[in-house]
Design a protein around this ligand. Sequence first.
Ligand SMILES: Cc1cc2nc3c(=O)[nH]c(=O)nc-3n(C[C@H](O)[C@H](O)[C@H](O)COP(=O)(O)OP(=O)(O)OC[C@H]3O[C@@H](n4cnc5c(N)ncnc54)[C@H](O)[C@@H]3O)c2cc1C
Length: 250
Amino acid sequence: MLASFSYRTAGPHGPGTGRSPRDMDVRLLSHTPEPERAVAVAARLCYAPVGAAELMDAMEAEAVTRILKTIMTSGHLSALEHASYTFAIDGVSRALTHQLVRHRLASYNQQSQRYVSYAEEPSFIVPPEVEGDERRRQVFLGACDDAFRSYRELIEAGVAAEDARYLLPNAMETKIVVTMNVRELLHFFELRCCKRAQWEIRELALRMLGLAEPTAPYIFMDAGASCRRGPCREGKMTCGDPYPKAPKRD
Ligand SMILES: Cc1cc2nc3c(=O)[nH]c(=O)nc-3n(C[C@H](O)[C@H](O)[C@H](O)COP(=O)(O)OP(=O)(O)OC[C@H]3O[C@@H](n4cnc5c(N)ncnc54)[C@H](O)[C@@H]3O)c2cc1C
């Protein structure tokens, strides 16, 4: 269902850097069981003479879809908050996680630069625009090397990791766990699958959507950038290159 995209995370680093390349690794750790049923039950409860537990057992599949269609087309989206997804994300940059954690209706845990002090040179995420050009790559990785060497010097001089880390670049590889409910996920996908989003967080959002979609195909069928559902919401800032339209809900 996803339009293809051609971004890559860090590829092979330069000779003699001693780093192993890291690719973005995104896994769906867990999600609410039967997420579409859980959401439909919560929505139906508002008008039902019986409780949610009974509805969970008794509701027909056809009713689940009908209720999902009603809430998703009407914009009454609070029931979507009853299903949540947890993703493990490795091999991404601090530049990415800084953008990710701006999404406030989510829970996060991230590898700490206070409590982890790096003895080995870590991986750095190299943007494709840099990676594709030998000179740019040398400049980029040279700056990362210098920063890391200075960081190590401070650690060896007795400076605490929480202070030495001020020198570490945004390119440094990090790991984060994020949990979002479906309402927030749909919002995140709208903003971050968009071609105006920065390449790395866009790749992450597309991968997260690719993992979530099979678990709740009706909910996520038109998820992603606004252009999948209608006109681009970016106005004058539009990229002018819309994704193919998603199928209509029926
Ligand atoms: C292409 C792009 C460019 C960006 N550029 C910049 C930039 O230059 N500078 C910058 O600082 N940020 C930038 N951002 C980040 C952006 O401003 C948001 O901080 C980020 O996308 C989180 O989205 P959000 O605030 O809609 O929602 P979330 O935090 O994910 O919250 C979801 C929704 O909940 C509601 N909500 C959450 N908190 C509140 C609240 N306190 N009060 C009322 N309603 C709330 C809102 O409806 C919100 O849309 C950019 C984002 C994108 C996608």
